[in-house]
Design a protein around this ligand. Sequence first.
Ligand code: ADP
Ligand code: MG
Length: 731
Amino acid sequence: MSTLRFKALETLPFKDFRRDNSIEIPAKLSELFCQNVFSEETMREYLTKEAFTSILDAIKKGTKIQRHIADQVAVAMKDWAMSKGVTHYTHWFQPLTGSTAEKHDSFFTPIEGGRAIERFSGGMLIQQEPDASSFPNGGIRNTFEARGYTAWDPTSPAFIMGTTLCIPSIFISYTGETLDYKAPLLRALNAVDEAATNVMQYFDKNVTKVTPTLGWEQEYFLVDSALYQSRPDLVLTGKTLLGHSPAKGQQLDDHYFGSIPTRVMNFMKELEIECMKVGIPVTTRHNEVAPNQFELAPMFEEVNVAVDHNSLLMDIMARVAHKHHFHILFHEKPFAGVNGSGKHNNWSLATDTGENLLSPGKNPKKNLQFLTFFVNTIKAVHEYADLLRASIASASNDHRLGANEAPPAIISVFIGSQLFRVLEELEKVTNGKLSPEEKTELKLNVVGKIPEILLDNTDRNRTSPFAFTGNKFEIRAVGSSANCAESMTVMNTIAAKQLNDFKKEVDALIETGLKKDEAIFNILREYIKQCKNIMFEGDGYSDDWAKEAKKRGLNNLKTTPEALKQEMDKKFLDLYEEIGVFTHREVEARNEIKLEKYSTVIDIEARVLSDIARNHIIPSALNYQNRLIENVKGLKEIFGDKEFKTLAKEQMSLIANISENVSKIKLGVEDLIKARETAKAMSDSQKQAENYCNKVKPLFDIIREASDDLEMMVDDELWPMTKYREMLFTK
Ligand code: ADP
Ligand code: MG
């Protein structure tokens, strides 16, 4: 058999090299931890006291690093890196392409007299100018200045990959506009730090800094690399555009938390070793719901570092998978009919006094603090739900949201029935001043009861896009291929705005003569009333919820173009400007980039699908049909006109059936080509994306259905595309 499918299958399961890539994990993983990170520990060893203090201040307090200090840090970094065999350095950044970018420069510098030295200065550490004209910029760099530069982010530690020193950096244009994911995230993190620290003055004046925390959970698929290579759709689009679902999928739920196949285990072990070295604190690994789907999660970290670590992890995963003859799929929906992959973002706020602000405390005072941050978070999501929705929008995530495997596109908040009842109690708080009896009652029986309640609160709702899980909120709708920075920028921006507003409102009530606690209770009561419509405890996957949500006035932005349209709402533009995260221009540019990306993704899928359908599927179907025709002709020859009709009945019906499906594909592809051309010619990005979404994409289904039907008819030996069962069940 000459097709790629059979060549790939031949290399498969019996070859030892695919199985025996056995990896030993050292007994003490902890000894590997941060081996390749310019960590606080390493800095203490390599830096002068002055430089060390100054760097710590920059990290913890955001102070500026003096040039002579940067020079010292650069030399220390270089010495440390060279001691580990490093020869090059790069500013490591996250442009809006969605992957990480690096441009390696050598430490090696020729000097006079035919000599050379290894050089790395403060200037080189602080700034680098990548040839970045091909990164997406939504028109920003074209109009203003052709160049952008990367700048060192000292709050995320430098690390070594291979023989390169990687320096986490932001990427901005010379006119000051951000061109990456990190720069706006840092702005949002600063804003929420300031806002939350201000609010914390009501409760604990010792708090001088609040750091948002993020613990992501990364889901992914592994496919044998030979099988991956045999599927042009996987290679070119990251997902299968065709393929009949296998007889056995995930119906038995036998993969979830089942034992991990040896070959995958070896991949995971090596991955964990690599993660440890660069300081990614991965702690859990397990199978996911779908066959060949897995998940890993780290200990949570400060948001900025956690985001960098997730991006870095995705790079490392791809590389390690390759060594184990796997290809890793981060696409949200690589296979129809089996669950797709997500990336839950667990979010909370931590103080520099060691408290988690979303963790209920041991006394009524701490619990009022908890309720304050808890209710304010719900209020923030209530006010800016559409923005949160837009932050997780992508062509690939559209396949997951609302498909009964991931939360719907309706943003709602789940808090569990017990906390819901607490909020209902708080809703009854008297307007204005509270009587001493009411205060006592609130303290003892409402606020005071929270920790007890939560202890036995095993309430979990896996169908909610935004769920409270005991001491953090979990944003469950983020796609597996997304950069966490997008949802985290929105989350922290809206939290900052909300906490600022809260502070103003409480202060205003205190001005009128209310006590602090009374003022807080009064404001929280109003918030709870306003947010009632977004709180939902039931099954988010059900159709009833979609209807109910509509009644409640909640948006159901099912597709990326719809979600991105909302992003340009004046309310959101003003919010970003007020909090100092994005200028109008930056939002516009990013919106444009996302729309273009959406259209491009659908356009590529359309082209790949047309190609496969016409050049692989139709010829194979006709090939098989010809065999059937030969067979029928033969029967006729042997048995004569009358008898053959009975004998060849099934074959003839198959022949007709094949023709029907072939013609469906042919017409479908012709329509698809026309629709694509129309969409491609459109100049307004919003309209173009809508066109791709509503006019181009639906045609995929027609072609796919006919092709998947053919897959069930055509001789397995003639079918050119590697089948789902082969990709999903090869271990
Ligand atoms: P699951 O949601 O799968 O039941 P866990 O309760 O174990 O999982 O937590 C999932 C993630 O939540 C982990 O990545 C963990 O680091 C993260 N997490 C725990 N506490 C916090 C916190 N305070 N802030 C942010 N993330 C957190
Ligand atoms: Mg989770």
